[in-house]
Ligand binder design. Structure first.
Ligand SMILES: Cc1cc2nc3c(=O)[nH]c(=O)nc-3n(C[C@H](O)[C@H](O)[C@H](O)COP(=O)(O)OP(=O)(O)OC[C@H]3O[C@@H](n4cnc5c(N)ncnc54)[C@H](O)[C@@H]3O)c2cc1C
Length: 400
């Protein structure tokens, strides 16, 4: 006997990271009953800076969060590439008229502020902590979820927003999990008050060296009271799993002894320093099975230094909510529609992030020519056109 379709009402999200929280907000605005299950004991205010490109800012605007986002963000005047030995400007993407050129502002923000903003936009009981998902059972009209604490929940649809080491993905599709890409990074915040005046300007700056061994990205966060640093070096092996393995200022400074005086001065004033290895997700053939799907890093983890991982999760969040709202009687069709729209774009940007990390060095004209040649050969387009395409995309109006 064919069972009648029931209207989708309850949606469970596994993972209260940036993607999970934004998706909860988008779904609640569409009238769904949403529960978010997070394995951590509390919603922690961790991490450092994050770029929110205009493509993702459009989602915040549509979710009614534009003023709150603006209040906690810094609007950079551009993205600059500089030679780290003498500070020479090599290339610049202007962002002063980001609204006119790309349809929304470009922001940089402290990750903890962004996480709080999203968490505070949800009704109090939506997020449950200490809930590590260990089982997903697909049933004809529902999904059964089980958790490490022995509890079980039944829902109409489940969204795995549980990050690069996604348990939902492993349960549904198996696979090997993420792969180390051969670069490790230090991240830290440097108090602006500790630095000489005017040592840093309002750009997101990529400092590139004379070899391909490393680069540093810096930009202001928290009303310009800190300079956020991501400092990247090649390293063949990496064993730590965490994003927040403690390191020291001395270790980081020693690793960038060949950087010039500006980068050296900034790094020497760092306070708490953490390090982590850059991992990338496998290319996912499939995100959706029945009433279960993946979102954010669980579906398409990309390299952090491209600055688009969370942005892709925000694009996903709005688009999945629209598809589910558009097909309330047929969630499988909604999830298939979501995947069909999202996969080509997210997979392409995942690929750009892997290419980009190899071409940060732009100090000579030959470096710049080589980079354009590689992008033309691989993707049939220039890097300027790639940024334009990423930033101009409008997930709010191009969701179908
Ligand atoms: C240092 C750094 C800098 C970055 N900079 C940028 C940037 O500038 N711009 C940008 O767009 N992106 C950036 N990214 C990438 C971005 O942070 C990620 O793409 C984004 O956080 C992915 O969000 P997510 O919600 O998919 O996953 P996550 O944020 O990883 O959240 C996953 C959540 O799921 C929870 N979880 C995991 N397993 C389970 C389970 N079994 N049960 C329940 N809960 C579970 C985790 O505890 C976590 O809270 C950066 C990343 C790093 C590391």
């Amino acid at each position: 006997m064919i069972e009648p379709m029931t209207t989708t009402r309850r949606i469970a999200i596994i993972g209260a990271g940036l993607g999970g929280l934004a998706t909860a907000r988008a779904l609640i605005l569409q009238g769904f009953e949403v529960q978010v299950f997070e394995q951590a004991p509390e919603l922690a205010d961790f991490g450092a800076g994050i770029n929110i490109g205009p493509n993702a800012v459009k989602v915040f605007n549509a979710l009614g969060l534009q003023e709150r986002l603006h209040a906690v963000s810094h609007e950079p005047s551009g993205i600059a590439w500089r030679d780290w030995s003498d500070g020479r400007l090599l290339k610049r993407v202007p962002l002063e008229d980001s609204g006119g050129r790309f349809g929304a502002s470009y922001y940089v923000v402290h990750r903890g502020d962004l996480h709080n903003l999203l968490a505070e936009s949800l009704p109090p009981a939506v997020v449950q902590v200490n809930k590590r998902c260990v089982g997903v059972e697909l049933r004809p009209q529902s999904v059964g979820l089980s958790f490490a604490d022995g509890t079980e929940v039944e829902t109409d649809v489940v969204i795995g927003a549980d990050g690069i080491r996604s348990a939902v993905r492993k349960i549904l599709f198996g696979g090997e999990g993420p792969r180390y890409v051969g670069t490790m990074c230090w991240r830290t915040l440097v108090p602006t008050s500790a630095l000489p005046p005017n040592i840093h300007d309002g750009h997101v700056t990529h400092w590139t060296g004379t070899t391909r061994e490393g680069f540093v990205i810096s930009y202001y966060v928290r009303q310009q009271s800190f300079v956020n640093i991501v400092a990247v070096r090649r390293q063949p092996n990496w064993t730590e799993e965490s994003w927040s393995t403690p390191s020291t200022r001395e270790e980081m400074v020693a690793a960038f002894a060949d950087a010039g005086s500006v980068v050296g001065e900034v790094l020497r004033n760092a306070t708490k320093v953490y390090k982590w290895g850059q991992f990338t997700g496998e290319h996912a053939e499939q995100w959706t099975k029945g009433r279960a799907t993946l979102l954010g890093d669980a579906a398409h983890a990309m390299l952090a230094t491209f600055g688009q991982g969370a942005a892709m999760a925000f694009e996903d969040s709005y688009i999945i909510a629209r598809w589910l709202a558009g097909h309330r009687d047929d969630p499988e069709r909604a999830l298939a529609g979501y995947e069909a729209v999202r996969k080509p774009r997210a997979t392409r940007i995942q690929a750009y992030s892997r290419t980009e990390v190899a071409f940060k060095k732009l100090t000579t004209p030959l470096d710049r020519l080589r980079r354009e040649w590689v992008y033309l050969r691989k993707y049939g387009t220039t890097t300027a056109a790639i940024y334009k395409n990423i930033f101009r995309y409008d997930p709010v109006h191009q969701w179908q």
